[in-house]
Write a protein that binds this ligand. Structure first.
Ligand code: APR
Length: 230
């Protein structure tokens, strides 16, 4: 059976109303990522960081999965056990669309973590600085997000999955951030076919055997329908 690894980025959630990072009006045009997406920024001003993620958590809570999320969930249900989503996104729209095999390499907005005992739990919609950890009671809670300078989650399992993939598909990512931006090369080296589905060619488009441009809510369902009728 075809093993498919799908990397997703902010572009797949754009049509659900969640901002991307580097497009016009993207999050990094409004916030300094050093202030809100680094351990140093959190140490300097935890209230600012919690405000940033509380606003994103509220947007995510009010958003809905779009046709692209639902199409990937349909693909997984038809190719049972052979579709893995590796997402750079911290929203929970893949899960709310019905996808089950979803690895959040940059963490999850709806989760919290304790820096002292590494306990993880479902975050309240509003998190505040110095809230006690429910497990160890230390005031060391933080958003369960991987910040710049920190190592992404699931990396060993992701590299194993890329080596075993027959097809690697990238959806809605600009190819700006590593290691995700190199996944296409890892997969191609291992013999996988590669496809990019994005609004415009990403920085790594030249590494893909095939690319298609357009809004994810159009080109992802079209691709999934082709996969299911093949
Ligand atoms: N349909 C498809 N693609 C889209 C759409 C859409 N409706 N809207 C935007 N895109 C594409 C853009 O063309 C761009 O290539 O999505 C991509 C978004 O790129 P970024 O904003 O850089 O987001 P992403 O690639 O996910 O960023 C990677 O950077 O800041 C870190 O941790 C953060 O996970 C994030 C990582």
């Amino acid at each position: 059976m075809t093993k498919i690894v799908i990397l997703t980025g902010a572009g797949i959630s754009a049509e659900s109303g969640l901002g991307t990072f580097r497009d016009k009006d993207g999050l990094w045009t409004k916030y300094d990522l050093d202030d809100v997406a680094t351990p140093e920024g959190f140490a300097r001003n935890p209230d600012l960081v919690h405000d940033f993620y509380n606003a994103r958590r509220k947007n995510c809570h009010e958003a809905s999965p779009n046709a692209a999320h639902h199409a990937l969930a349909k693909l997984e249900s038809e190719f049972d056990g052979d579709v893995l989503i590796v997402t750079q996104n911290v929203d929970d729209l893949h899960e709310r669309a019905g996808s089950r095999a979803v690895w959040h390499m940059h963490g999850q907005l709806m989760r919290a973590r304790c820096s002292a005992c590494d306990h993880h739990w479902d975050a309240p919609l509003e998190m505040h600085a110095h809230a006690p950890c429910p497990a160890c009671a230390e005031n060391t809670t933080r958003p369960d997000i991987v910040w710049f300078g920190e190592f992404p989650f699931y990396m060993d399992q992701i590299w194993d999955a890329l080596r075993a993939a027959d097809l690697f598909v990238s959806v809605g990512t600009s190819g700006n951030v590593y290691p995700a931006a190199a996944f296409v090369q890892d997969a191609a080296r291992a013999g996988a076919d590669t496809l990019e589905l994005n609004l415009e060619p990403s920085l790594g488009a030249h590494d893909f055997a095939n690319t298609r441009q357009g809004p994810a809510t159009q080109i992802v369902p079209t691709w999934v329908d082709e996969m299911l009728s093949a």
